[in-house]
Design a protein around this ligand. Structure first.
Ligand code: IPE
Ligand code: IPE
Ligand code: MG
Length: 253
C-alpha cells in the first residue's frame, strides 16, 4: 500500500509547476479528535498522530520550495477544552521540538510563532524561545506556528498599537493605510497566504488569519489531519495551480 502511495505521490509531483507554487500555504490542522474516536482511542492519541502528519507535510513543503508555511496549532478559543486536553496540547511544542529542532536547523528552516505567547506555560515558552533563537539566522523556509492565536485578537492588538502611536502624535489617522495596518499584524513581513488548507470536513475559518485570507484560495477535504498525507498536500497544490486568481479584476476578455 505504501508503494502505491509513493507511486501516486511521484506522479503528482511531476504535474506540479515550479513557477506557480504558492509562496505561502496556511493549514488548519483539524480532525485529530475525530480520528482518535474512530480508532477507539483517547483524543490525545489523535494529537500525537497529527504530529506525524505535521512532520511529513513540512518535509514535503520544504522539498517543493514553498517559502512560508503557517500552521494553526492552538486557537484562543481552544482554552474552552477540558484541562487535560489543553495541558497535553501545551506540551506538544516542546515534544515536537525535542526531536525536530535539529533536523529543521539542518534544513535551514526559520521557526516563527505567532499568538499571545504570554499565557503559555513556562516550559513551552522556553522551548519556543530556544527554537526561535536557534533558527533566527537561517535563510530557508519559514515555518510559522499559530499558537494561542486568534484572528480577531490579532486585529485588536494591531488597532491598539496604532491608536497608541496616533495618541503620541507619531502617526496621523490619514496615514493608516492597508499596508501600514498589515505591518502591525503578527504576519507583518510575510506575504498573505496564497492557499489555505483545512482538513476534517469543516467548512469554516475558525478565527484564523481573518485579515490575511482576503484573497486566499481555499481548499477543503474531509480527510482528517492524522490521515492527511503528502499526496493530499500535493493534490491541494495542484488544484491551486488550476485556479484563476483575479483579485477583483479580469484576466481574460
Ligand atoms: C485539531 O484537532 C487540533 C486542535 C484544534 C488543537 P481537533 O482536536 O479539533 O479534532 P476534532 O475537530 O475534535 O476532530
Ligand atoms: C481550529 O480547529 C483550531 C486549530 C486547528 C488549532 P477547531 O477544532 O478549534 O475549530 P472549530 O471549533 O471546529 O471551529
Ligand atoms: Mg476540531
Amino acid at each position: 500500500m505504501n508503494r502505491d502511495r509513493e507511486k501516486r505521490e511521484s506522479e503528482l509531483i511531476k504535474l506540479i509547476s515550479a513557477e506557480k507554487l504558492p509562496k505561502h500555504v496556511a493549514i488548519i490542522m483539524d480532525g485529530n479528535g475525530r480520528w482518535a474516536r474512530k480508532q477507539g482511542l483517547p483524543r490525545i492519541a489523535g494529537h500525537r498522530e497529527g504530529m506525524n502528519t505535521l512532520k511529513e507535510i513540512i518535509t514535503c513543503a520544504n522539498e517543493l520550495g514553498i517559502n512560508v508555511v503557517t500552521l494553526y496549532a492552538f486557537s484562543t478559543e481552544n482554552w474552552k477544552r477540558p484541562s487535560w486536553e489543553v495541558e497535553f496540547l501545551m506540551r506538544l511544542p516542546e515534544e515536537y521540538l525535542k526531536t525536530e529542532l535539529q533536523p529543521l536547523i539542518e534544513k535551514n528552516v526559520v521557526i516563527r510563532v505567532m499568538g499571545d505567547l504570554e499565557q503559555l506555560p513556562a516550559v513551552t515558552k522556553r522551548a519556543i524561545k530556544n527554537a526561535l533563537q536557534a533558527t533566527k539566522d537561517n535563510t530557508g523556509m519559514i515555518l510559522n506556528f499559530a499558537l494561542n492565536y486568534g484572528g480577531r485578537s490579532e486585529i485588536l492588538n494591531a488597532v491598539k498599537k496604532i491608536a497608541e502611536r496616533v495618541q503620541e502624535g507619531a502617526l496621523k489617522p490619514e496615514e493608516i493605510s492597508e499596508d501600514l495596518f498589515t505591518r502591525y499584524l503578527y504576519t507583518g513581513d510575510l506575504p498573505d497566504p496564497d492557499l489555505l488548507i483545512r482538513p476534517s470536513g469543516e467548512l469554516r475559518i475558525s478565527n484564523f488569519l481573518l485579515w490575511q485570507l482576503a484573497y486566499t484560495e481555499l481548499w477543503f477535504t474531509t480527510t482528517l489531519w492524522p490521515d492527511f498525507k503528502k499526496e493530499h498536500f500535493l493534490k491541494a497544490i495542484l488544484d491551486y495551480q488550476e485556479r484563476e486568481r483575479r483579485f477583483g479584476g479580469i484576466n481574460k476578455i
